[in-house]
Design a protein around this ligand. Structure first.
Ligand code: ZN
Ligand code: FE
Length: 256
C-alpha cells in the first residue's frame, strides 16, 4: 500500500474533489475547480503528479486545464471529450497512480462514457456521479438498463470497498431512500448518523459498499419491499429489475 492519504477537497456547493497523497506527491480526482486544489497543494507543499477524471461534466473537468502540466498525466474516459487528456481509458485498463494500481471500469448511465477507478489494495472506488452515498446519478445520457448494469458491477466489488463519490448528496438521498423503505432499520440508523455528521459540517463520504447494499434503494431492486414500493408508484415496475430501477430513478427525480 503506497498511497498514504485520501481526503476530500470541497468545491462548489456540494462537490468533492478527492486528493490522494503519497509523501509530497499528490493526485486529484475530478478537479472541477482549480482554486481549492491549488490552495491545498500550496498549503501542504505537495506536487501534483496525476489527474484522474471520471466523466466530462464541467463540475468534474473545469479545473483540468489550469492544473495540467508537462509530466502530469491526465487520465480520462476514452469515450468522452476530456480537456488535456493524455491517457484515454477503457474497462480493464490499469494505471499506476502514486505507486498504487488502479483498474478502470466502464460505468455508463450518468454519461455515456463514464468510467470509475478501483484500487483493490486501498479498498477504494472513485465512481464520480455513478454511485452516490444512498443514491445514484441522474441518467443524462444513458439508459436505465445501462445504469443498472453499471451499479450492479460496482456493487459486486468487495463489501469493504470505500465509495469515494463526487457529491455530498447523502441527506437528500437518504430522505428518498426512507420513502422507499420506511421499515429498513439500517437505513434509519444511517440517516441519523449522517444528519449528525452534516450538522457538524463533516462529509458523509466515503461510505462502504456493505453499507450501500443495506441502504441504497438503487442497489436493492431485488428486495421485495423495494420492488413493492416501486410498483405502488408506477404500475408494472415490479416486472423486471430494469423496470424497478427505472421507476425508482424517475420517482427520485420528482421527489423533494
Ligand atoms: Zn456529472
Ligand atoms: Fe457532478
Amino acid at each position: 500500500m503506497n498511497t498514504s492519504t485520501i481526503e476530500p477537497i470541497p468545491a462548489f456547493a456540494d462537490n468533492y474533489i478527492w486528493l490522494l497523497t503519497q509523501g509530497k506527491r499528490a493526485a486529484v480526482v475530478d478537479p472541477g475547480d482549480p482554486a481549492p486544489v491549488l490552495d491545498a497543494l500550496r498549503a501542504r507543499h505537495l506536487q501534483l503528479a496525476a489527474i484522474l477524471v471520471t466523466h466530462h461534466h464541467g463540475d468534474h473537468v473545469g479545473g483540468v486545464s489550469a492544473l495540467a502540466a508537462p509530466g502530469v498525466p491526465v487520465y480520462g474516459p476514452a469515450g468522452e471529450d476530456i480537456p488535456c487528456r493524455t491517457h484515454a481509458l477503457v474497462e480493464g485498463d490499469a494505471i499506476d497512480v502514486l505507486g498504487t494500481r488502479f483498474t478502470v471500469l466502464d460505468v455508463p448511465g450518468h454519461t455515456r462514457g463514464h468510467i470509475a477507478y478501483y484500487a483493490a489494495e486501498l479498498d477504494a472506488l472513485f465512481c464520480g456521479d455513478t454511485l452516490f452515498a444512498a443514491g445514484c446519478g441522474r441518467l443524462f445520457e444513458g439508459t436505465p438498463a445501462q445504469m443498472l448494469a453499471s451499479l450492479t458491477k460496482l456493487a459486486a466489488l468487495p463489501p469493504a470497498t470505500r465509495v469515494y463519490c463526487a457529491h455530498e448528496y447523502t441527506l437528500a438521498n437518504l430522505h428518498f431512500a426512507r420513502a422507499v423503505e420506511p421499515d429498513n432499520a439500517a437505513l434509519a440508523a444511517r440517516s441519523e448518523r449522517c444528519a449528525a455528521l452534516r450538522a457538524r459540517g463533516t462529509p458523509t463520504v466515503p461510505s462502504t459498499l456493505a453499507e450501500e447494499r443495506k441502504t441504497n434503494p438503487f442497489l436493492r431492486g431485488e428486495v421485495a419491499a423495494v420492488r413493492a414500493a416501486a410498483e405502488r408508484i408506477d404500475a408494472g415496475a415490479a416486472a423486471s429489475p430494469v423496470a424497478t430501477f427505472a421507476a425508482l430513478r424517475a420517482w427520485k427525480n420528482r421527489f423533494s
